[in-house]
Ligand binder design. Structure first.
Ligand code: ADP
Length: 481
């Protein structure tokens, strides 16, 4: 199949979160399995300053484009996605993308990403390339199905093209005043649009017009149809639920593999866990704790925002640290109240609790490997990656039953000893305390614990597995003429 990926972020060129990883990981998998994949994204200033890390070559120069009253000129540059033969095309339009970072705020970004979308269609036209699938991601490129119908319906090149929109986080929708329609060249096409109530919502209109919708886990696909997590789009999503599919994100096990991870001092596998014990000692030594302890180490690596659920820890963690023989090693940054909470824990429980404020890739890997239990009590979690990393690193996670956490962690059942982690349902301190207590108790049963580690380490969430679900979906759509 000919598959066009259209996104604001693609790792390693531009990344602020999981979106960029998904577009890159999925595209690599599709390329490996023989599909013709082409990725389109903006050329951001950070790419220009990257020196010779990537050297995109000019592909089409100085193309004029009219969008509403605006006239822009862009150049298309191309380079291969690293570790693949997938072509990446950058839309280099200095007037819109030449300054600042990836995002500027909805008002500016509506025009920036609309231009990206229109330029992408035009580029396909210039290549004479007829995509079977245009796969757009999040609100930034959600108008692709709309522009296709508004501007490009006449062109036979796109006659068989089907559109897929993936929702990575429904909290961001791209909402601008409907007076912006003129800027976006869409004012003659209001009959296509759902403008209630006086606003243009990019994501809403993408959901309305895409041939298929996906969310980044099965549970999240259900949750966004509810008022609690639909952020106002639940009604529309319920109406289109026969077109909405949940597909869990794949993980890049090249970067996250305890057998080869260059960030670790020791390596290990499911058949030989000696290295994991050494990683634990190394981690404790590194932070100045007694490395001979038999106490379980609970690890955290996270952005510190309300989404991640650490409100549940405010009373619970101090009580557990006071009463139980456990260690806490936390890495993260974000809102001051969470940072202060973890700093206070470190002061109150010297030798038991430790906190590193900031972003530290190496330490993140060392915590995944050196901890015994990983903590991720998210309030909501569209997919989540850290729980999948911790499974692979033999560090059973404590998670709340939401989104991708519910889909990837199998609840430990004390009666049968089966499961890969500790799953609590209700977002309450009592729910969290129950799960933490269960985990700390289970840790002291070596045979049972060893089995749980092994079960988690052998679960496979690679793109080889997850990517097939996209291929099936694309195939069904392409066949539906
Ligand atoms: P989200 O995308 O919502 O932050 P995920 O679990 O999907 O949550 O992905 C988080 C990614 O960011 C993981 O790769 C995790 O290791 C990394 N990460 C988060 N906070 C930090 C930090 N402070 N230092 C290093 N890596 C971090």
């Amino acid at each position: 199949m000919r598959i066009l990926q259209l996104a604001a972020e693609v790792t390693p060129f531009a990344k602020t979160g999981g979106l960029g990883d998904v577009v890159a990981g999925l595209s690599r998998f599709l390329g490996r399995t023989g599909h013709d994949v082409r990725i389109f994204l903006p050329f951001y200033p950070s790419l220009a300053s990257d020196g010779d890390r990537y050297v995109p070559v000019d592909f089409i120069r100085d193309v004029p484009v009219q969008l509403g009253p605006h006239r822009f000129t862009y150049t298309v540059r191309t380079v291969l996605l690293p570790d693949s033969d997938v072509s990446v095309y950058f839309i280099d339009c200095p007037a819109l993308f030449g300054r600042g970072g990836i995002y500027h705020g909805d008002r500016d970004d509506s025009l920036r990403f609309a231009l990206l979308t229109v330029a992408t269609f035009e580029c396909a036209q210039r290549m004479g390339w007829s995509p079977d699938i245009i796969h757009c991601h999040d609100w930034h490129t959600a108008l692709a199905p709309v522009y296709r119908k508004a501007f490009f319906e006449w062109d036979g090149l796109f006659q068989r093209t089907r559109t897929v929109l993936t929702i990575h986080n429904i909290g961001f929708q791209g909402v601008v005043d409907s007076s912006r329609l003129i800027d976006l060249g869409l004012d003659p096409y209001t009959r296509l649009l759902d403008l209630s109530p006086g606003y243009l919502n990019f994501l809403r209109n993408g959901i309305l017009h895409a041939d298929a919708l996906t969310a980044v886990s099965r549970t999240y696909a259900r949750e966004i149809q509810t008022p609690e997590l639909g952020f106002g789009l639940e009604g529309l999503l319920r109406a289109r639920r026969d077109r909405l599919f949940g597909i869990v994100n794949g993980v890049d096990y090249e970067d996250w593999n305890p057998e080869t991870d260059p960030n670790l001092f020791y390596h290990y596998s499911v058949d030989d866990l000696a290295g994991k014990r050494n990683c634990k000692r190394a981690l404790l030594r590194e932070i100045g704790f007694d490395e001979r302890t038999a106490a379980p180490v609970v690890g955290i690596v996270s952005r510190l925002t309300p989404q991640k659920g650490f409100d549940l820890c405010f009373d619970t963690l101090p009580a557990f640290l006071a009463q139980r023989d456990m260690r806490l090693v936390a890495l993260g940054s974000g809102e001051p109240r969470y940072e202060e909470f973890f700093q206070q824990l470190e002061r109150s429980f010297p030798g038991k609790a430790w906190f590193y404020r900031g972003y530290n890739e190496k330490l993140a890997h060392q915590i995944e490997a050196g901890a015994d239990i990983f903590l991720m009590p998210s309030k909501f979690e569209p997919c989540g990656l850290n729980q999948m990393y911790s499974l692979r690193y033999g560090t059973p996670p404590i998670v709340r039953k939401t989104g991708g956490l519910a889909d990837t962690v199998e609840p430990f059942n004390p009666a049968t000893g089966q499961g890969t982690g500790f799953v609590f349902e209700h977002f309450t301190p009592a729910g969290f305390a129950w799960a933490l207590d269960l985990a700390l108790n289970a840790f002291h049963h070596p045979i049972l614990w060893r089995r749980m580690m092994g079960d988690g380490m052998t679960r496979d969430f690679s793109w080889e597995v997850q990517g097939r679900e996209y291929v099936e979906l694309y195939g069904r759509l392409a066949a539906s003429h």
